[in-house]
Design a protein around this ligand. Structure first.
Ligand SMILES: [Zn+2]
Length: 675
């Protein structure tokens, strides 16, 4: 098929869209300061994809479309590093760092009284990678591998939205070849969210953020990588002799200006006392950081001195990793309890003799699932090693077999739910056991708690303790029962006085008006959180239509994957959930139909409007209407303007539009168009 001729206006629009999308990426992922609503971002992105689909010859390696991943590859090709990626020697004590400092001074002929200038930075616990920019364009991204040869994971790395696909033109000219090195990590908060979804879907959770970052990055299907929240933190470049870059801190400033994420805790430290001070400071804030670090990296700041010091085997003489004391501890496993989650997942939890790990006392740790339990073969009374990474739930790493006393029995997974006593089973292909009894008290407690939460029905005063009482007394078995509670039901409960009971009744009353996305979220369908709930509400508009939606149809909604679509259909399949929705309606929940403000209007989508003159409502009102319909509003009339919306006493803009032959609309015509 012959390629379509490309109109200049299309090329211009595409260039504009790409710049705008990358600017939003930068604000969101690098500056942590979103500048656009998700829906608007999606609109820009979809428009760009539409153009690229029509004119495939316009797809470039640095187009933001390359960030969504591509079809799976068979394997990763080897990627040799032009300059070896060295590994660092490690120290754990101040005295050992002092030895390093002495060797540095000897190496560059400084006296023992001199204070060396060091660049001090947190050592991120992620996966080291190298990005090669040729003439400004990201051409190869690879893992560290053995330091000499890594794996080519370019397609996957491009999906990491915080890393630039292209350098500035100026830098591309000065540095036709630039190899940037850094660490790909997953943030703790996002790791927790990812694991929650994994568990809800019955998939095995990841052990820690590092594992999940490494696993996500080495997916043969880069679309999976694209769906994972990964960040690239630059920590250096491969060379020490590039023009204008004489110290490590200058490189960091340069990379920051080139829109890389550079860690904000990087500092200059003069001499060992200062380094020690920085190290202690870092240790004290480490629990508050949203990413795992395992120590600090300290580098001689001057490149000239680095070159003079050189390297020994595969480690530089000018840098060292100072690691925190290990965050593992030994303790006794006193018992294994099985807890039941909101979706019925039964999880083994180790009950431990309290032990200090990484600054906190740990009394329990997750054992994840049956496979983990079998693999680790922990038994009651065993001495076990506990690891705690940041504020992630502590886990049992291994049993110290030499310390096992007697012959404890291997642990058996229970056959029955610890809460309701009904048989539990492990569905085909899932890692987790589940209790399928919808009236299971442990699940009901978790369901009520989730249902009443802020992002759900927002019933103030209905917390965990009250949920427990309601479930235990059998007052709430199905979520719909909440809407039939009376003051007489509540008053006999613990700590329930007249006033509190009335407040709760009022809060329940108010929740009947909650918008559809909140209700969908509140239902606790596995895999459906706040974001998916909005997408579903926008697509279906009512709970009844959603209940009838097919799997394929839901799968077509961007942002809803096949597993989640399956899960939604599964939720509305059983009769009891449909009856529950009916009872909620009878109980007064309004299920107000949801009307998305954003509805693309073909006549307006992609068109540029200018608004002028006095209209019946403020200009912002019309601006919003146009934007929700997929159009753009600009402030000046140009050849690119498609329509001028002109009210009373329009002035120079009307003249200019007339001169340029821009179509002019009055309010009536505009209203017809938008309807
Ligand atoms: Zn149960």
């Amino acid at each position: 098929m012959a390629e379509k001729k490309i109109p200049k206006s299309v090329q211009d629009e595409l260039t504009g869209l790409r710049a705008e999308i990358e600017q939003h990426n930068y604000s969101y992922y690098v500056l942590d300061n979103p500048t656009v609503a998700d829906a608007e971002y999606d609109r820009l992105f979809d428009r760009m994809l539409a153009i690229e689909k029509e004119y495939p010859q316009l797809v470039t390696p640095d187009s933001p479309s390359q960030r969504v991943g591509a079809a799976p590859s068979e394997k990763f090709e080897p990627a040799p590093h032009r300059i070896q990626m060295l590994s660092l020697q490690k120290v754990t004590k101040a005295e050992e760092f002092a030895d390093f400092d002495r060797r540095v001074k000897d190496g560059i002929g400084k006296s023992s009284d001199d204070n060396i200038e060091y660049a001090f930075e947190p050592k991120l616990d992620g996966l080291a990678v190298e990005l090669v920019y040729e003439n400004g364009l990201l051409t190869i991204g690879s893992t560290r591998g053995d330091g000499t040869v890594g794996e080519n994971i370019t397609v996957n790395l491009k999906t990491v939205r915080s890393l630039p696909l292209r350098l500035s033109d100026k830098s591309a000219k000065i540095y036709p070849l630039l190899e940037v090195r850094g660490e790909v990590i997953m943030r703790k908060s996002e790791f927790a969210r990812l694991n929650q979804t994994q568990e809800e879907m019955g998939l095995p959770p990841f052990a820690n953020p590092r594992n999940s970052a490494a696993g996500s990055l080495r997916q043969l299907d880069s679309r999976i990588t694209a769906s994972r929240p990964l960040y690239f933190y630059a920590y250096g470049i491969s060379e020490q002799n590039l023009p204008g870059l004489e110290t490590h801190t200058q490189v960091m400033d340069f990379l920051r200006a080139e829109r890389f994420i550079v860690n904000k805790h990087i500092a200059v430290a003069k001499g060992i006392k200062d380094v020690e001070k920085q190290f202690n400071k870092l240790d004290s804030i480490r629990a508050d950081l949203d990413y795992d670090i395992d120590g600090a990296v300290i580098k001689v700041n001057s490149f000239a001195d680095q070159v003079r010091l050189g390297q020994v085997s595969r480690a530089p003489r000018w840098a060292i990793a100072w690691k925190f004391a290990a965050e593992t501890a030994e303790t006794i496993l006193e018992d294994v309890l099985f807890s039941v989650g909101r979706t019925g997942t039964v999880t083994p939890v180790a009950s431990l003799k309290p032990v200090r790990v990484g600054g906190v006392t740990v009394k329990s740790a997750s054992l994840h699932n049956e496979d983990e339990l079998k693999e680790k073969d922990v038994r009651i009374g065993d001495t076990v090693i506990i690891r705690r990474a940041g504020d992630v739930i502590p886990e049992v790493v291994a049993v110290v077999l030499e310390k096992r006393k007697g012959h404890p029995e291997p642990l058996e997974y229970p056959n029955n739910c610890p809460s309701c006593g009904q048989p539990i089973h492990r569905p085909e292909g899932e890692a987790a056991h589940r209790c399928f009894n919808p009236a299971c008290p442990a699940q009901v407690v978790e369901k009520i708690f989730h249902f009443a939460g802020k992002g759900g029905m927002d019933i103030e005063g209905l917390g965990g303790k009250l949920a427990f009482q309601l479930a235990k007394k059998g007052l709430v078995v199905s979520l719909a029962d909440i809407y039939f509670l009376t003051k007489d039901d509540l008053l006999p409960l613990d700590l329930m006085a007249e006033k509190r009971a009335q407040n709760l009744i009022d809060a329940i009353e108010q929740s009947k008006d909650r918008p559809l996305p909140a209700i969908i979220n509140a239902l606790g369908i596995p895999g459906v959180g706040e974001t998916a709930a909005v997408l579903l509400a926008e697509r279906y508009g009512s709970i009844d239509k959603l209940a009838l939606a097919g799997v394929d149809e839901m799968n077509d909604i961007g942002g809803i994957g096949p597993i989640v679509a399956q899960s939604i259909a599964g939720f509305f399949g059983p009769e009891e959930n449909c009856l529950m929705i009916d009872r909620m309606k009878k109980g007064g929940v309004k299920f107000i139909p949801f009307k998305s403000e954003r509805r693309e209007v073909a006549a307006i989508a992609g068109k540029t409007f200018v608004i002028t003159g006095t209209l019946s409502k403020p200009r912002d009102h019309f601006k919003k209407l146009i934007e929700n319909a997929g159009g753009k509003v600009s402030s000046t009339v140009s050849k690119k303007t498609d329509y001028l919306l002109a009210g009373e006493s329009a002035g120079s803009k009307l003249d200019k539009a007339t001169k340029l032959g821009v179509a002019i609309l009055d309010e009536d015509k505009f209203n017809m168009m938008i309807d």
